[in-house]
Ligand binder design. Structure first.
Ligand code: FES
Length: 391
């Protein structure tokens, strides 16, 4: 079976010689994308736009084998993600195995498909942590973005139930130009739900979000206002003795230096996709690089020897301005996926960096965000995904 990382586009990749590959750490964080199936259709989903072409999900036994091998290699945290991981009927069994192997496990879910019984089963099987994501604080906007009339009510009920069953309440709101002006309402909802930890994550532009960027990127003024209001709430809530932790994540489109994506390529993170493709980050399968598959190679060989994981380790692959930059050990040249999406060459500096010769692409995107959005969003669903797979 082919395990190419680029189904719909691509240019040939060139690998560094193995002698030039520097040492690296252990895959401490394993992200198990159990399925691309999802009952919702968020236009900012980071899943690959051509997910409909990726068939043949790993079986229960294959996932357990992946967990076992990764644990032997040093993995300590295991995230169950998707798509919607609740779609997998074997989720409780996978959680139980993760616990027995000694992982700290985390379920990343929309809450749609969850019920009291399942939460109790997951708890009994040893799940450590559940994160419920919301689309908005307003039922109408939430349901419109999710593509389901019942999503908001279900999420509210499940967030409460997660807390009632003794889990910390961890909520995630993806913010963008359509909901960021309601940031006060979002925070109030989190307080009402007695959340312990809230991530207000401004949309990052990968997968479907990149296709919908014109419709999602907030203006600079929107972003500044949202951050100011968040800081005011933080101060007020802390003064009132509320221990809620609110994290505000800005999109790197408004930065002048790139993020050190994934803590460095192939340093800490290992993602395994539903069909077993192993990736150094959740978006990498779009790159014109051959990525290994857990059905064909051991996790040890994938992590230590595969071209896919060694490709951007170290600094030898870098072009200018990264190669001679005194910040390269901090940001590793930024995000390879973003460099590829925006410039067509993943070896380029991340255009977020003001030193990049392609930085004007980011400036242009910011300027476009100041204009009214003029495109209908493309919802993430099977039908739309098939369009991206043609040719
Ligand atoms: Fe792939 Fe940043 S998301 S390297």
């Amino acid at each position: 079976m082919s395990n190419s990382g680029s189904a719909c586009n691509g240019q040939p990749s060139s690998a560094p010689s193995l002698s030039s590959v520097p040492t690296h750490g252990q895959p401490l964080w394993l992200l198990a994308e159990l399925t691309y199936k999802c009952p919702l259709q968020c236009p900012y989903c980071a899943n690959p736009v051509d997910f409909a072409s990726k068939t043949g999900e790993l079986t229960t036994a294959e996932w357990i084998d992946v967990f076992t091998q990764a644990r032997e290699l040093g993995a300590a945290q295991l995230g169950f993600s998707g798509g919607e991981p609740l779609v997998r009927q074997d989720l409780t069994e996978l959680i139980r195995e993760a616990r027995q192997l000694g992982y700290y496990s985390n379920l990343i879910t929309s809450g749609v498909g969850l019920n009291e019984r399942k939460i109790a089963d997951f708890r009994e099987a040893g799940l450590d942590h559940i994160q419920v994501s919301f689309q908005a604080a307003d039922p109408e906007v939430n349901n419109l973005l999710a593509g389901s009339k019942k999503a908001f009510a279900q999420k509210m009920a499940m967030a409460k139930e997660v807390k009632a069953q003794g889990y910390p309440m961890v909520l995630n709101f993806v913010t963008h130009r359509h909901n960021i002006d309601q940031i006060d309402r979002i925070i109030e909802l989190c307080v009402e739900l007695q959340a312990d930890y809230v991530e207000l994550a401004t949309c990052q532009y990968y997968g479907w979000a990149y296709e919908n960027r014109n419709d999602l990127l907030p203006t600079h003024a929107q972003l500044e206002r949202a951050e100011r209001i968040t800081n005011e709430y933080r101060d007020r809530l802390a003064a009132a003795g509320n221990p809620i932790k609110i994290i505000f994540v800005t999109p790197d489109y408004y930065e002048e230096r790139p993020k050190g994506c994934m803590n460095g390529w192939g340093q800490v993170f290992l993602t395994v996709t539903p069909d077993g493709t192993a990736l150094p980050c959740h978006s990498a399968r779009m790159l014109p690089i051959e990525f290994p598959n857990v059905r064909e190679q051991s996790i040890e060989a994938i992590w230590n020897q595969s071209n896919g994981f060694n490709h951007y380790r170290g600094y030898e692959w870098m072009k200018e301005p990264c190669a001679s930059c005194d910040e390269k050990e901090k940001d590793f040249g930024g995000c390879r996926c973003q460099a590829f999406m925006m410039t067509g060459d993943a070896n380029n500096a991340d255009p977020v960096c003001s030193k990049s010769p392609h930085h004007e692409l980011i400036v242009k995107a910011r300027e476009e965000a100041e204009l009214p959005s003029h495109k209908e969003p493309i919802f993430r669903n099977e039908r739309n995904s098939k369009v991206f797979c043609k040719g």
